[in-house]
Design a protein around this ligand. Structure first.
Ligand SMILES: [Zn+2]
Length: 452
């Protein structure tokens, strides 16, 4: 590496600043581009002068070397920390409808937009989509509950096999990070209390352990993670709040109760911002606020009853919901399709004909006929829900859209950016942490405009 013409000079300063010299060599070689020359053996009389000239050159090299060395140290990015918060069911327009000064402060100090959920716009599919960068069709969690014909098993987010890792495909970001030596701390994010590929986050909380941590204790936990000794400290921290989804279901998206729930989570965002600012790594921490989906008004009178349209002998399984998934008997597939084609307020698809933009229909866990209710409608036989709120509809229905707010050293300031798909959060967070993402459905190009 060291050009031969400079060897004597290097020796002359050995022991003085060898690190700077090594930078200097690189600087000369690559940046300055001087041509190296062998010493001229024919001019011995001028040795002193030549040596003097060489010393001058060396002095120059050393100055350049020191400058380059200092610049290199200053420009080397310090390791980033990322704290990502999910506020379940926080619809894109809640900041305009309700008071949430802390969420607003993140936007003013950073970037903000409305984010597209993945289809269907429900909690489990979307939290796991954000964690893996894979749409529900690819991440295995195709709805909050579904039938798995391969294992002849019914999966439900509240059911006994909620923790069965066989359902959770892909690689959640906490595993991507850990594989690359980055510690992680996750409080209640969907999938984090499941042994996906036999592993958990470095630090995690079990959603089954009751009572659940109070909201304030979740933020205290995040603060404790941030203040661990460096060798134990997670660089990726994720935390989940189940409001304002809960109030949205119970009282509808435009209700006093949702306003209070928004205030509740907003208060915790405020506490979190203070905790980050107090921590040693505050200046190196990117904070991201997201939600999994929006919410729309429902009424029990806006309900389609499957038994009004199809006969039980036509199918093996019918999972009523948004969307409704039907595993038909092959000889009756057309009967089921034709019957639902006549039903009002729904769209029926053969699995292979689901519009491409929904990214839905390749998983064996999706029935061969899919029926989607129109926004605000539901498909139920027994107990239609409401009045109140619901989700699960198309990401392109504005009511289903989620929020994105982010601030920190990597984000622009006070800038509204273009909407993007929530699967892109995965490559975005990998980029911030400086780790290699696993294959995913996201695209970092969608969010280049929000990065500094
Ligand atoms: Zn949700």
């Amino acid at each position: 590496m060291i050009p031969s013409g400079f060897e004597p000079e290097t020796h002359s300063l050995e022991g003085c600043c060898s690190i700077q010299l090594s930078y200097g060599t690189v600087a000369v070689d690559r940046a300055v581009g001087w041509k190296m020359r062998k010493p001229d053996r024919a001019c011995k009389d001028n040795d002193f002068l030549r040596n003097f000239a060489s010393m001058k050159k060396l002095l120059y090299i050393s100055v350049v070397a020191v400058a380059v060395g200092v610049a290199a140290v200053l420009l080397t990015p310090k390791e980033r920390y990322v704290v990502m918060v999910s506020m379940d069911g926080f619809r894109w327009d809640y900041p305009a409808l309700y008071s949430c000064p802390n969420v607003d402060a993140v936007a003013e100090n950073g970037v903000w937009t409305d984010m597209y959920p993945s289809y269907p716009a429900s909690t489990f599919p979307n939290h796991y989509a954000m964690a893996t960068g894979l749409v529900p069709d690819h991440n295995g969690i195709v709805n909050n509950s579904f039938w798995n014909p391969e294992t002849e098993d019914y999966y439900s987010m509240g059911g006994p096999n909620r923790h069965n890792p066989e359902y959770f495909l892909g690689e959640p970001i906490w595993l991507t990070a850990q594989r690359q030596g980055v510690k992680t701390g996750v409080v209640y994010w969907v999938g984090s209390d499941v042994a996906v590929q036999g592993q958990y986050p470095t630090y995690w909380k079990n959603y089954e352990e009751k009572p659940l941590l109070e909201y304030s204790a979740r933020i205290d936990t995040v603060e404790a993670y941030l203040n661990l000794p460096k060798k134990d400290r997670p660089r990726l921290i994720m935390v989940y709040f189940d409001e304002p989804d809960h109030s949205g279901h119970g009282f509808g998206p435009e209700s006093e109760q949702v306003g209070k729930a928004v205030a509740l989570v907003d208060e915790q965002v405020g506490r979190l911002r203070e905790a980050i600012a107090r921590s040693k790594v505050g200046k190196r921490t990117d904070l991201i606020l997201v939600s999994d989906h929006g919410m729309t008004e429902i009424d029990p009178r806006r309900c389609i009853h499957p038994s009004d349209w199809v006969r039980p002998e036509w199918y093996e399984r019918l999972l009523a919901g948004t969307p409704t998934s039907i595993f038909t008997k092959p000889e009756f597939r057309d009967s089921v399709y034709n019957a639902f084609s006549k039903a009002p307020h729904v769209t029926v698809w053969r699995k292979e004909d689901i519009p491409l933009e929904l990214n839905y229909g390749s998983s064996p866990r999706i029935g061969d006929i899919v029926v989607a209710p129109d926004l605000g409608w539901q498909i139920h036989d027994r107990h239609p829900r409401g009045p109140g709120g619901a989700h699960g509809y198309s990401p392109y229905d504005k009511d289903m859209q989620a929020i994105f707010r982010a601030e920190g050293p990597d984000f622009k300031k006070g800038k509204r950016v273009d909407s993007f798909r929530n699967v892109t959060l995965y490559p975005l967070v990998c980029h911030l942490l400086g780790i290699e993402p696993a294959p995913n459905d996201g695209d970092l190009e969608e969010v280049r405009g929000l990065l500094r």
